[in-house]
Design a protein around this ligand. Sequence first.
Ligand code: AHG
Ligand code: MN
Ligand code: MN
Length: 332
Amino acid sequence: MTLGEFIIENQNEFKYSSGELSRLINSIRLAAKVVNHEVNKAGLVDILGEAGETNIQGEDQQKLDVYANEAFIKTLTNREIVCGIASEEEDDFITIKGRNGKNDNKYVVLIDPLDGSSNIDVNVSVGTIFSVFRRVTPEGTPVTLEDFLQPGHKQVAAGYIIYGTSTMIVYSTGHGVNGFTLNPALGTYYLSHPNMEFPATGHIYSVNEGNYVHFPQGIKDYIKFCQKEEEDRPYTSRYIGSLVSDVHRNMVKGGIYIYPNTAKDPSGKLRLLYECNPMAFLIEQAGGKASDGYRRILDIEPTELHQRTPFVGGNKYMVEQAEAFMAKYPRA
Ligand code: AHG
Ligand code: MN
Ligand code: MN
């Protein structure tokens, strides 16, 4: 089954007007194809390297970050469905009035256009992450910050694209998670991973252990637990440095991903709205769990567009074990 067929067949599951969601997923699918093409030829053309700009996080932007950002914004803007976009690469959210200028589109999209961008120069998987909410302000008025600062449990859809050994779209509208693989010869996505779920057991832990000395004691203790020789342990360590790829692998094989807070970065590194919320939505839909070590990611009330949060996500029982170690120490 192709993604197009799947969207039509399942559109009655979506609690709001079905055609709208189809159009939204369609435009993401289209932008993903454009970005995929560019990512694939990155090694061939002079597009590698930094664009010379610094984003709001104070990080250097790779050229493909800029390209992917523009591709998604352009594609989403041209459809009569999205009234606003927030992106990792934009300081402020973007207001989209719609072709008729009436501000009557219903959805806001939050994106990390290119995730894991430090991997581009070395031919390692990168991704795109997206999160979709229904606006809370009245239709017919321009979007406001309030439309973007909604807790993750209000997401109506979320997903990621992974530009890996093959290109995949994985998304959920709150009825499970499905993965589609691109056949590059035809430009068509096929349902390759129906009803994705974490396997019952997981044996992988994924964390940037180079930062170990800066981790909270509870995380240090949990890492030692992962490495201990006992029953099904030690676990295997796998860390790509691209949230999309690391979570995707753990969802397929079973495992836990951790990006903790440190003394230097008390809120961790990952962004709540366009990294952790959508990934947490998918993880829960696949039977897993995602928290900041203490509370459910999807229940956090956001206060800022580019807010960061510590992140622990994966097999439910593994996340609960990590939380049990965290609970032994007062919250930093
Ligand atoms: P981005 O490329 O969008 O800035 O995101 C990078 C993020 C995430 O994908 C990854 O898991 C994490 O940064 C890796 O960080 P470290 O290099 O600190 O491990
Ligand atoms: Mn990212
Ligand atoms: Mn990014």
